[in-house]
Ligand binder design. Structure first.
Ligand code: CP
Ligand code: NVA
Length: 330
């Protein structure tokens, strides 16, 4: 399998075999890391990490992975570079492409990362846009595979706002890899019809199904994986909190939801999570709306079924695999 020179932007342009190859590579480098086997054959290479939005996992995963591979990395935050202010994306891409072997971008519209990829001349990796979060998908699929030994035929239920990056990307990943995908939320929060139609085509090939339902009992019944994400994503205006809390509360992951899923079901969340409201935003929302949690209860988050920290760790191993494969296996 040769993925050298490829961008990693949505996962839509990767075949199931290519995605499986990346998962296998990630499992291999994870094992190597555990055993202290170095993978630092990429010495002399450098990567640029552009973050127009905040990040803990994605930034740290790219930095640690690059370091383990022997590469240098440069973090470019929301301020401090010329990009988008004095200098166009097109020009920035051409400049960075002359100095770096690969570029990660986290930010707003998908069109920005696509534009970078068009002009950079080196692999560009999407570290989250409003529409897609493809590196997260590899970590999620690896975590699921580690728990069940397989992906095909499992049922994954996504609860919450399924129109944004996580809902979209999970639907793409599941339909490509043969997992039955359920978006369990109110109709307003269903993924957009065009993407659903495209994923139906992938599902035909893989044997997956795609279900959109507002019925929690029916939707979560016999699920293998229950997945949720924050109800308000980065970059969204403050005004949406009240509406989201009101409309999405019936789709919170509770112990009743987990009990309705299959025995041995696991809980996943890309994180950060509002399972308790101890953070600054959490405290503010807790006081404003008189709530103690949001998309998942603390009880589920802290339960043995919750694999969220394995999932977070797997961000690093899978991102390492993406960089290795697209920079060329050395
Ligand atoms: N899951 C995820 O992308 O986390 P960060 O926002 O911390 O990178
Ligand atoms: N939907 C969330 C995902 C965070 C990893 C956001 O975009 O903020």
């Amino acid at each position: 399998m040769n993925l050298k020179g490829r961008n990693f932007l949505t996962l839509k342009d990767f075949t199931p075999e290519e995605i499986t190859y990346l998962l296998d590579l990630a499992a291999d480098v994870k094992e190597k890391k555990k055993n202290g086997v170095p993978v630092d054959n990429y010495r002399g290479k450098n990567v640029a990490l552009i973050f127009e939005k905040d990040s803990t996992r994605t930034r740290c995963a790219f930095e640690v992975a690059a370091h383990d591979m022997g590469m240098g990395s440069t973090y470019l935050g929301p301020t401090g570079s010329q990009m988008g202010k004095k200098e166009s994306i097109e020009d920035t891409a051409r400049v960075l492409g002359r100095m770096y072997n690969g570029i990660e971008y986290r930010g707003f519209g998908q069109e920005i990362v696509e534009e970078l990829a068009k002009y950079a001349g080196v692999p560009v990796w999407n570290g989250l846009t409003n529409e897609y979060h493809p590196t997260q998908m590899l970590a999620d699929m690896l975590t699921i595979r580690e728990n069940f030994g397989t992906l095909k035929g499992l049922k994954l239920v996504y609860m919450g706002d399924a129109r944004f990056n996580m809902g979209n990307s999970l639907m793409v990943a599941c339909s490509k890899l043969g997992l039955d995908f359920v978006a369990c939320t109110t109709e307003e929060y269903f993924p957009n019809a065009e993407l659903v139609a495209q994923c139906q085509e992938y599902a035909k090939e893989s044997g997956a199904t795609i279900t959109l339902t507002s019925d929690v009992k029916e939707g979560t019944k016999d699920a293998d994986v229950i997945y949720t994400d924050v109800w308000v994503s980065m970059g969204e205006p403050d005004e949406v909190w009240e509406k989201r809390i009101k409309e999405l509360s019936p789709y919170k992951v509770t112990k009743e939801v987990m009990a309705n899923a299959k025995e041995g079901a696991i809980f996943l969340h890309c994180l950060p999570a509002f399972h308790d409201l101890k953070t600054t935003i959490g405290k503010e929302m807790g006081e404003r709306f008189g709530i103690e949690d949001m998309e998942v209860t603390d009880e589920v988050f802290e339960s043995v079924q919750s694999k969220v920290f394995d999932e977070a760790e797997n961000r690093m191993h899978t991102i390492k695999a993406v960089m290795m494969a697209t920079l060329g296996i050395e």
